[in-house]
Write a protein that binds this ligand. Structure first.
Ligand SMILES: C[S@@+](CC[C@H](N)C(=O)[O-])C[C@H]1O[C@@H](n2cnc3c(N)ncnc32)[C@H](O)[C@@H]1O
Length: 256
């Protein structure tokens, strides 16, 4: 258990990705999709926000906040409403009737764990996922300006997404200290994720002249250049938001 900082709107960048490029997972669910906010923290705000945002995609979505800390579950209970509930638990994802979650978002949870504990936590969730289900294991700063997350389905990790507030961004690798636990210790020379961030920084520096049209134009040019040598899975409509997703196979720890 930790202090559990949970600032309102902190996870908006990840919510936007789940409600955007990942919305098909919710839409395809034959019954009401279950989405879990795992380790929602001292305040249930992020679960409430997730429910608000995903209801626009699937009005029947069932968001369940799961916490290991009973006091935090008690804090969530008064906010329960149709489609939003809170319960005690962890990565085993306990749900009524053995329901299988379409999305499990665990933000700023595994960062407190050791790197070698991550695969077991992922595996527990992977076993529970619905057929189109996804685990989103991510990290961000206190107010959600810089975020990074790994998407994992039943077969294994699929992608790494970086999402950055472009105003005031010095360089894309500013996100390095917010990498998920599976990558944060790998941001060293010789590791693919380090090369990826270095290439992003080089392209960002080269496209400095685009700044006169705004940071967004600079980010778009940076991503377009990086796509020449890295398998980016998205395009300009996401890059415009300061978001960029790369195939996990390209940035996975060396030797894995
Ligand atoms: C730093 S807070 C993050 C809160 C929120 N997700 C956010 O990003 O703002 C981490 C939370 O994860 C919870 N936690 C840690 N291990 C957990 C586990 N195995 N299962 C469920 N919750 C866990 C802690 O109790 C804490 O409230």
């Amino acid at each position: 258990m930790t202090r559990g900082t949970t600032n309102p709107n902190r996870l908006r960048r990840c919510d936007r990705w789940i409600a955007g490029p990942q919305a098909w997972r919710l839409r395809r669910s034959p019954g009401p999709p279950v989405v879990v906010d795992l380790g929602y923290g001292a305040s249930p705000t992020t679960a409430v926000e997730l429910h608000d945002r995903l209801s626009a995609v699937r009005p029947d979505v069932q968001v369940v906040g799961i916490e290991i800390d009973p006091a935090r579950v008690a804090a969530g209970k008064p906010l329960e409403r149709d489609g939003l509930s809170f319960r005690l638990g962890g990565f085993e994802v306990p749900l009524d009737g053995g329901a299988r979650p379409t999305v499990v978002r665990a933000f700023n949870v595994l960062r407190q764990y050791a790197e070698d504990e991550v695969p077991a936590a992922w595996a527990l969730v992977q076993e529970r996922l619905a057929p189109d289900g996804l685990l989103v294991d991510g990290t961000c700063d206190e107010i959600g300006r810089r975020a990074a997350w790994v998407a994992v389905d039943a077969t294994g990790p699929l992608s790494l997404t970086l999402s950055l507030r472009m105003g005031g961004l010095e360089r894309p690798s500013d996100v390095a200290e917010r990498l998920p636990k599976s990558l944060i210790h790998r941001n060293v020379p010789g590791e693919p994720v380090h090369e990826f961030l270095a290439d992003l920084d080089r392209a960002w520096a080269r496209h400095a002249p685009h700044s006169s049209w705004g940071a967004r134009q600079r980010f778009l040019a940076t991503a377009a250049e990086v796509r020449e040598s890295w398998p980016l899975l998205d395009g300009p409509s996401r890059w415009r938001l300061g978001e960029l997703t790369v195939a996990w196979s390209a940035v996975a720890p060396a030797g894995r």
